[in-house]
Design a protein around this ligand. Structure first.
Ligand code: CA
Length: 228
């Protein structure tokens, strides 16, 4: 199945060029021409990567970038910003806001396609499987296995585990987990995180005494790579 690339760009000639070349490179391009439409689209569908113009009618590129990073579903989607020449300050702001890469207009299409591939590789998209110890998460089919056993997780526990497994060893505070898993715009108490970690533990461990989730006192949680 071709990976979907969302192109948010208001110049018709550039849209045509990108659509043609992305298709030729084996991707499925989705072209939207203004910022509001891009946000609506992202509510319905999570693409493999976003090519995002800076100056757009409707919601700006930087705001789309910010909202994409704030939502759990789209947090990990790589974003390549398109900027006009000389907008150095904008470029830095774009990277600060969470863009992964930027390309200055005018650009060579083959270079942009190469960047698309490089960013997809870096993000692990295309494989969509996380593995640590005896736990395997398939992000495409939403199936989780520990050893031979399939683990059934609720959507929140699934996102929690995904977040922790993407960076094994890294300690996340409850507040960081709330931002990443629940989203910044939602108000949830910090102890809710503990409740869901408890459920995740129960589902993952069953009767085993090896627990891959490490509680860091007064701080938060981490996925412990050395749990076996
Ligand atoms: Ca533009």
């Amino acid at each position: 199945m071709a990976q979907r690339i969302l192109v948010v760009e208001d110049e018709d000639a550039l849209c045509t060029l990108l659509e043609y070349n992305l298709q030729a490179a084996g991707f499925e391009p989705i072209i939207v021409r203004d910022g509001d439409e891009a946000l609506l689209h992202l509510r319905e569908d999570v693409p493999a990567l976003i090519i995002l113009d800076w100056m757009l009618p409707g919601t700006s590129g930087i705001e789309i970038c910010r909202q994409t990073r704030a939502r759990a579903e789209t947090r990990a989607v790589p974003i390549i910003m398109l900027t006009a020449r000389g907008e150095e300050a904008d470029r830095i702001r774009g990277l600060d806001t969470g863009a992964d890469d930027y390309v200055t207009k005018p650009f060579s299409v083959s270079e942009l396609i190469a960047r698309v591939r490089a960013n997809l590789r870096r993000s692990g998209a295309g494989t969509e499987v996380l593995q640590a110890g005896d736990i395997v998460m398939d992000l495409e089919t939403h199936r989780v296995h520990r050893g031979e056993r399939e683990i059934h997780l609720g959507p929140t526990e699934f996102r929690l585990l995904e977040c922790l497994m993407r960076r094994p060893g890294r300690v996340y505070s409850r507040e960081q987990l709330l931002d990443i898993v629940w989203g910044r715009d939602v108000y949830v108490e910090a102890r809710t995180v503990d409740v869901h970690i408890g459920r995740l533990r129960k589902a993952l461990n069953g009767k085993r005494d090896t627990d891959p989730l490490r509680t860091v006192r007064a701080t938060g949680y981490a996925f412990d790579e050395t749990y076996k």
